[in-house]
Design a protein around this ligand. Structure first.
Ligand SMILES: Cc1cc2nc3c(=O)[nH]c(=O)nc-3n(C[C@H](O)[C@H](O)[C@H](O)COP(=O)(O)OP(=O)(O)OC[C@H]3O[C@@H](n4cnc5c(N)ncnc54)[C@H](O)[C@@H]3O)c2cc1C
Length: 471
């Protein structure tokens, strides 16, 4: 049983205590529809593909059929160049943190699409440069080296070349093998260079025949770029600054939750207006030495109450180790909420929450708040040993309050018995295939669990996950 004195002094425990004193609660009514706009992933994907089709059409109506080799190269260069320009715009839009997109598609999926799209865009830029170079060399009857020198004499092409070099730097630092060796701050600084690259590319496109040839196209292309620039500025700069001024968040308590794990309570003014939902996360910037320069993503580990937000952080690296040394009173800038691992994804009455390690944090908040009667919600929590279980007493209290099933699955990942194997899952969760599954854990565990759930009969569309590696 949790310590009662601690509970009384802890604002987030109050409702649990109150519930415990009362007779068994009636099943909560379904959550009212939230006034939050959400763009479904499929719609966004179709819109992106539709935009690419429109760009290809723009190229098609301007292309002049010709049997000449230089015209063939030029035509290919125009198509790849237009698609690359459009692709850059999409990459920026995916990272603009527009709430309807963040809440509907999810930050991790957006980051994965951004990474995949980045590879396509780099390929298109490379193809565009090569085709343009070949076309120019054939046209001027020179070799590729002379043609390169000639092309670089054009201002717009020199700008595009500088932009390409920056994009290549972004691509190289994002490659898995390099990314794990580069500090996050360096990776982010190089990524900011990508904005300059996009601007240089835009200058280049405005000078090219496909865009410059028509006033209407020039206008539409500029409008699309202007819109994305405004969205980026608004949601990545204006909104966080406004929220910082409005809510004046400060650390009110840091408490030990176990080896290397602390919970941080942050309070401010009008926090409820942030409309943060259980399962979502914020990007936190703690204004103290060693932490202010980086915004770290952490999920809410409890629902928002009394203008208080709570995160639970495992010390894994330089920044997370410093978080345990935070003191009450430290100013906090939090941008968000982000993420789509929320109640709105639910499609079934029965829900399985499957957590691994510190992935328990968003699921802890959902475990308490997802509507449902006795037996509707099950939490499976995988950890290597009992000492690694975070927020254990709270989880047990919630399970008792709402008569939900709670299983701790202990054991090392290389043990011969796998508690997340399809048979073991079906044994722990009868009627597993009729559940929605919310999943959050280390990437390897999440991948294996997803495959096992599918083998156990849960459709992939009903597995909702959050990836702590992408945001
Ligand atoms: C959506 C989301 C929710 C998360 N929720 C929690 C949570 O509730 N509790 C918890 O303990 N951890 C959570 N994490 C993980 C946590 O953000 C990282 O462990 C933390 O940023 C590592 O920082 P570090 O400097 O201490 O570690 P490092 O060793 O420096 O970094 C470890 C890893 O974290 C990544 N990382 C570092 N800084 C950032 C940053 N500013 N933004 C994004 N990634 C970064 C790096 O790419 C690296 O792979 C979450 C991650 C995401 C993406």
């Amino acid at each position: 049983m949790p310590d009662v004195t601690t509970e009384a002094s802890h604002p987030l425990y109050v409702p649990l205590r109150r519930l415990r004193a009362e007779p068994a609660p009636a099943p909560p009514a379904p959550a009212p529809p939230l006034p939050v706009l959400r763009l479904a992933p499929g719609r966004l994907r179709n819109a992106i593909l539709g935009g690419a089709g429109a760009v290809a059409l723009l190229w098609g109506v301007q292309a002049r059929p010709s049997a000449r080799l230089d015209a063939f190269f030029a035509s290919g260069a125009h198509l790849t160049g237009l698609l690359a320009g459009y692709g850059v715009l999409v990459l920026l839009l995916l990272m603009a943190r527009v709430p309807a997109v963040e809440h509907g598609v999810g930050a991790d999926r957006l980051a994965r699409w951004h990474a995949l799209g980045g590879r396509y865009v780099l390929g298109l830029i490379g193809a565009h440069a090569l085709l343009a170079l070949c076309g120019y060399a054939v046209h001027t009857r020179t070799d590729l080296v002379t043609a390169t020198g000639g092309l670089l004499g054009y201002g717009a092409i020199a700008a595009a070349t500088a932009g390409t070099a920056l994009f290549v730097a972004v691509g190289v630092t994002s490659a898995r093998a390099v990314r794990s060796r580069v500090r996050h701050e360096i990776w982010r600084a190089v990524h900011l260079g990508g904005l300059l690259a996009a601007a240089l590319g835009f200058v280049h496109q405005l000078a090219g025949p496909d865009i410059a040839g028509s006033l209407l196209v020039r206008w539409l292309w500029s409008m699309a770029h202007g819109t994305v620039a405004v969205l980026l500025l608004w949601y990545r700069l204006v909104v966080p600054v406004r929220a910082a001024l409005r809510h004046e968040l400060r650390v009110v308590e840091v408490r030990d939750e176990g080896p290397g794990v602390v919970s941080v309570l942050v309070r401010g003014r009008g926090v409820a207006r942030l409309c943060a939902e259980p399962g979502q996360f914020f990007r936190w910037r703690f204004l103290r030495r060693g932490l202010w320069a980086t915004a770290l993503p952490f999920s809410l580990s409890a629902p928002v109450r009394d203008d208080t937000l709570r995160i639970t952080v495992k010390a894994l690296g330089d920044h997370t180790r410093r978080i345990r040394r935070l003191r009450p009173g430290v100013r906090v800038l939090a941008s968000g909420p982000f993420g789509a691992l929320t109640a709105h994804r639910r499609t079934r009455r029965k829900v399985l929450l499957l957590a691994g390690g510190v992935g328990i944090t968003p699921l802890r908040a959902l475990f308490e708040t997802l509507p449902g009667g006795p037996g509707d919600v099950t939490l499976l929590y995988r950890a290597s040993d009992a000492a690694g279980l975070v927020l254990r007493e709270e989880l047990e209290a919630i399970a008792r309050e709402r008569q939900a099933a709670l299983h701790f699955l202990l054991g090392r990942s290389d043990d011969s018995f796998d508690p997340l194997a399809p048979r073991a899952l079906r044994h722990l969760v009868p009627d597993l295939a009729a559940h929605d599954v919310y999943l959050c854990g280390p990437p390897a565990m999440a991948r294996a669990a997803t495959a096992n759930l599918i083998r156990a009969g849960v459709p992939a569309s009903r597995i909702h996950s959050e990836d702590f590696d992408h945001a």
